[in-house]
Write a protein that binds this ligand. Structure first.
Ligand code: KE4
Length: 420
């Protein structure tokens, strides 16, 4: 069977043949590759072809695939219990570790996905303030919650409009959209609604438009506006948590949000999410307080075992972050040299071990910039690399992730050769 055959078969029983649209190759064309196993920096497809993996399950695999300590932790826990639906000390240990590492977090609730984390954080911002409106940023992605599937209405300061069928107009209308890296666009939303905005949610380093770092003063400006207006500042660190620094973007940039959303790395590859932050806010959450949120498998022992093994390894070997930075710089330098050599209309943007090659002259600072990318040229680059055994995220508007066990030299020549 070819991957196309496998994809055809999957499409007869799963919408679009995938369980998440990001996997479907819609942005690059062709049929997705079906994988069978993974180890370290490599994925192996159903024909046992090896690929250097730069998706890393969209972020979780910072230690590389099937890290022995993580596999052993899951194996050992599975032999004891898969799930209790009752308290287990692993959940407390995870909460304590997150509180120890992530600067602004004083209390944590574990959930099963990043979407659950962001949905719950926004509900908490509304519950704590008694306000309904939230502010997000065009191009940022916070999971598939109704509140986030909303784009700017006709005018920048008008109420949001749904970006997906099935999202009630009322749900989208409570979302205002600002422009990333443009603090004035946020101020313009607060000014006419001084007491109506419950919270602002932001990817402190954007991964979902491709990698866009915050401009100096942007995160600080959000902090100042939220403090002044009594709104809750939510950092969506589902991607950046334990990725761009042990304590995430809030550690790297020294700006403290009121709530933080986490996912991906803290589950070590198993389904996980978390939201946490100021104790006075978190004590609104049931059963401590009246804001309801629940989940059958929240904090389940297997995900906790995988996540704790991952985070404890990162804590035991902090030099991993130095390697991730060095390797990211090597990739960035090699790509920039090729761009200069060939006079290409491309730019590389990177923070630590997450980055993007934009088919855009740069800089890319917001969705207004990102949407001008030559996505056809990206798709050609993607397929050139895929044919040579390098698996990049199959979309221009995603970030690559490399791990502690990647040898960047192994992929750099292919990444550059593919740039013409
Ligand atoms: P999940 O519900 O997919 O666990 O997390 C949603 C989410 C929330 N916040 C940020 C910043 C995220 O990046 C994500 C999910 N990231 C995408 C990749 N860009 C996951 C890939 C997918 O949807 O299949």
């Amino acid at each position: 069977m070819t991957h196309e055959d496998r994809f055809q078969r999957a499409r007869t029983v799963i919408p679009g043949g995938v369980n998440s649209p990001a996997r479907a190759f819609k942005a690059v064309g062709g049929s997705p590759v079906f994988f069978e196993r993974a180890e370290g920096a490599y994925l192996y497809d159903t024909d046992d072809r090896r690929f250097v993996d730069f998706v890393g399950s969209w972020g979780p695999m910072i230690l590389g695939h099937s890290h022995p300590e993580v596999v052993e932790a899951v194996r050992e826990q599975a032999s004891r219990a898969m799930s209790f639906g009752a308290p287990c000390e692993l959940e407390t240990e995870m909460a304590e570790l997150v509180i120890e590492v992530v600067p602004s977090v004083e209390m944590v609730r574990l959930v099963n996905s990043g979407t659950e984390a962001t949905m719950s954080a926004i509900r908490l911002a509304r519950a704590a303030t008694g306000r309904d409106m939230i502010v997000k940023f065009e191009g940022c992605y916070h999971g598939h919650g109704d509140a986030f599937l909303s784009k700017s209405g006709s005018g920048m300061a008008t109420l949001g409009e749904p970006t997906s069928p099935g999202v009630p107009k009322g749900a989208a209308a409570c979302t205002l959209n600002a422009r990333y890296n443009d603090i004035e666009s946020v101020r313009r939303l607060f000014d006419p609604n001084p007491d109506a905005i419950a919270g602002v949610i932001v990817e402190p380093v954007v991964g979902n438009m491709g990698c866009i770092p915050p401009q100096p003063g942007f995160l600080e400006g959000l902090r100042e506006l939220c403090t002044r207006h009594g709104a809750v500042l939510v950092f969506d660190e589902v991607m950046t948590g334990f990725r761009v620094a042990p304590g995430g973007a809030q550690e790297r940039y020294g700006v403290s949000p009121d709530l933080t959303c986490l996912g991906k790395i803290i589950g070590g590859g198993l389904p996980v999410g978390a939201y946490g932050g100021r104790r006075d806010l978190m004590e609104h959450v049931a059963p401590a307080g009246p804001m309801y949120q629940a989940g059958t498998l929240s904090g389940n022992p297997l995900a906790m075992a995988a996540g704790l093994a991952t985070l404890r390894h990162l804590r035991a070997y902090p030099e991993i972050y130095d390697k991730l930075e060095r390797d990211g710089q090597a990739i960035e330098d090699a790509l920039n040299a090729r761009i200069r050599e060939r006079g290409l209309s491309c730019c590389v943007q990177r923070v630590g071990s997450m980055g993007t090659l934009f088919f855009h002259p740069g800089p890319v600072r917001s969705w207004d910039d990102a949407k001008q990318c030559d996505t056809k040229a990206f798709a050609e680059w993607f397929h050139t690399l895929l044919a040579k055994g390098v698996y990049m995220p199959p979309a221009q508007y995603e970030a690559w992730f490399h791990s502690a066990v990647h040898d960047p030299e192994e992929a750099i020549s292919i990444m550059c050769e593919g740039l013409n």
